[in-house]
Design a protein around this ligand. Structure first.
Ligand code: ARG
Length: 604
């Protein structure tokens, strides 16, 4: 469904072209959250300032911003079902013919009601021109710990995938696991000596990181070990059975560990690791050598891109391939074999230069055509501990991801138990599995806390701020949603079943839409917040900042809380209309939580 903002903006464009024929301009419309008008536009100011000195653009009668704004507003008000009124707001106190004017829009309640109706009828949908999009996210490295950087990429990548799927795109979620490279020589050799019967029995290595460090220590100290490791790499690259089996064992142990994290976070992603592209590299190299794009430098095969002194290294002097070679092969495979239109990469912001070079090199090589395809790298800021350093565990060490999730769940459970003991809270905790709810609230809160941040900025992780029941947090939102569900559930006392109540309200309303009638300012504010969901999606599709969806979700929660303080629902004469509003709020929040990868909990 189109947003109210886009409806206003197309009407505004239409009126502008009627008032000033031939003018090419983009109408600007901004939502207003503080004042009593609903949207505003600086378009008249922009049009006047840009064209007052040009001859022949503005009609002679339109010699001030005030006159332009007056004419456009009059045209907007003609025979319309959107605006209650359009007011001009002067900037400054000078004479009106010299002052800039904003146009402030007040919507008809029927226009807001129409959006609520569509929201319920179409179950909060939104569609765009579909594209084939590949998202490369999460991508941890085998035998190294998945760290908080990967957690951000996982949470944000999953949510972007959800938004793109929701809007009708064909999305491939790809885990570009670091599962190849010379480090496997020492890992295989160490596995062979530490667990000689690894083929019959998968060794239980809880801490692959220490296994990695141990292998590295031996490699650095023992020349015989070093020699064996080198041979192992050569054999692995040749595809020798023994080394391939050992490599698979190591990958498997790693995968079990991070699949556990994906399961807890409900992440769906397909593993297509670096090893998958290995065989494609030689032919790309010979092709690029023919095209004279690859040059030799210090025995390495390199690609120099414009405005950058440091080249991509496509083949090292010892013949080995690199992270760069794999990414070049991967971008080629994705655009030219999978035939995707768009690739989005999510990693820490430190890899920005790497991707800039890969995109330029792919363009130079004819692999990627920016005119018809898009490759985007979204760089992520760091997640830091409270003191600005690394996030620490209780014992003061660098925290492992699983421990971080465990700690959040432990604290969420404490909050639940505390609330259970509060007098006058009618919660139904005895009916639900508290461990399950605690885990869901914890995952919701971790995700929300991350997604509401601006993507490229670093932020300080804090359990207390993340789990604050009264702040802009996943916990607060989860509770508000559950409260809406509990009001809806109780509206028909006999059934007291949420699903039945929902379908009953929905059916009655769709049969007679006049049952919805917005009366109080709190009702209108809540409905406007709901209607702005569509704008948050339009914005997210442009810059992939999920904070837009978080802001809107939080805003709906806050407007609901304000509404509920003064607007009684059950047994009030406006009960039906208010239940319809709550149903729209429920459906929208449910959709938003789904897009953010959060679980909506109906019963807490
Ligand atoms: N494994 C890499 C890391 O941990 C991230 C890979 C990102 N994707 C890519 N196509 N390079 O930093």
């Amino acid at each position: 469904m189109a947003s109210i903002r886009s409806i206003i903006s197309s009407r505004l464009s239409h009126s502008i072209s009627k008032v000033i024929p031939g003018l090419r301009t983009k109408a600007i419309v901004n939502p207003e959250h503080q004042a009593n008008w609903h949207y505003s536009s600086p378009s008249a100011i922009q049009i006047f300032n840009q064209n007052k000195k040009k001859s022949g653009v503005l009609p002679d009668s339109l010699d001030s911003c005030h006159k332009i704004a007056t004419e456009i507003s009059a045209d907007l008000m003609n025979d319309n079902n959107v605006f209650e009124k359009v007011e001009l707001a002067q900037l400054g106190r000078g004479p009106s013919e010299k002052s800039p004017f904003f146009m402030n829009f007040f919507l008809k309640t029927s226009c807001i009601e129409e959006v609520i109706k569509k929201t319920i009828a179409e179950e909060v949908s939104f569609s765009t021109e579909p594209s084939k999009i590949l998202i490369d996210f999460s991508s941890p490295n085998i035998a190294k710990n998945m760290h908080v950087g990967h957690l951000r990429s996982t949470i944000i990548g999953d949510s972007i995938s959800r938004v793109l799927e929701f809007t009708g795109n064909d999305v491939q979620r790809i885990n570009h696991i670091g599962d190849w490279g010379t480090q496997f020589g020492m890992l295989i050799t160490h596995l062979d000596s530490a667990f000689p019967n690894y083929l019959d029995e998968v060794p239980s290595i809880d801490d692959l990181q220490s296994f990695y460090q141990e292998a590295k220590r031996k490699f650095d100290q023992d020349p015989k070990f070093q020699e064996r490791a080198r041979r192992a790499v050569v054999n692995l690259q040749k595809g020798e059975q023994k080394e391939i089996s050992a490599w698979k064992v190591i990958c498997k142990i790693s995968k079990v560990q991070y699949d556990n994290i994906y399961k807890r976070l409900d992440i769906k992603i397909k593993d297509v690791g670096e090893s998958f592209y290995n065989d494609m590299i030689p032919s790309i190299i010979s092709d690029l050598e023919r095209k004279k794009i690859i040059v030799e430098s210090d025995g390495c095969k390199c690609i120099f891109v414009k405005n950058d002194e440091i080249p991509l290294i496509i083949r090292k002097s010892d013949g080995g391939y690199t992270y760069d070679s794999t990414d070049l092969a991967a971008i080629n495979y994705r655009f030219n074999q999978l035939g995707v239109d768009k690739i989005i990469y999510l990693t820490d912001i430190g890899q920005r230069d790497h991707f800039t070079k890969i995109f330029k090199a792919a363009h130079m090589s004819g692999i990627y055509d920016p005119k018809v395809q898009t490759a985007t790298h979204l760089g992520l800021g760091l997640m830091r501990g409270d003191d600005g350093g690394k996030i620490k565990s209780r014992s003061g060490e660098s925290v492992k991801l699983n421990e971080l999730l465990d700690e959040a769940t432990f604290r969420a459970k404490e909050i639940l138990l505390e609330r259970q003991n509060l007098p006058n809270t009618h919660n139904d905790l005895e009916k639900v599995d508290i461990n399950d709810i605690a885990e869901k609230i914890a995952m919701n809160s971790i995700k929300y806390f991350d997604l509401k941040q601006s993507r490229a900025s670093s932020y300080k992780f804090s359990y207390d701020r993340m789990l604050d029941t009264k702040g802009n947090t996943g916990v607060y939102i989860t509770y508000m949603y559950a409260r809406i569900c509990s009001i809806i559930r109780r509206c028909y006392p006999k059934d007291s079943n949420l699903e039945d109540s929902v379908s009953r309200i929905r059916e009655e309303f769709l049969l007679s839409p006049s049952l919805l009638s917005l009366q109080t300012p709190e009702e209108i504010s809540l409905c406007l917040a709901i209607a702005r969901f569509y704008e948050s999606i339009e914005d997210t599709l442009i810059d992939y900042q999920l904070s837009k969806i978080c802001d809107n979700l939080y805003n709906i929660s806050v407007k609901f809380a304000e509404f509920y303080q003064t607007n009684k629902v059950l047994n009030h004469e406006n009960q039906t209309s208010r239940l319809i509003i709550l149903l729209a709020a429920k459906l929208t929040m449910e959709r938003q939580m789904e897009l953010l990868g959060m679980k909506s909990i109906e019963n807490i």
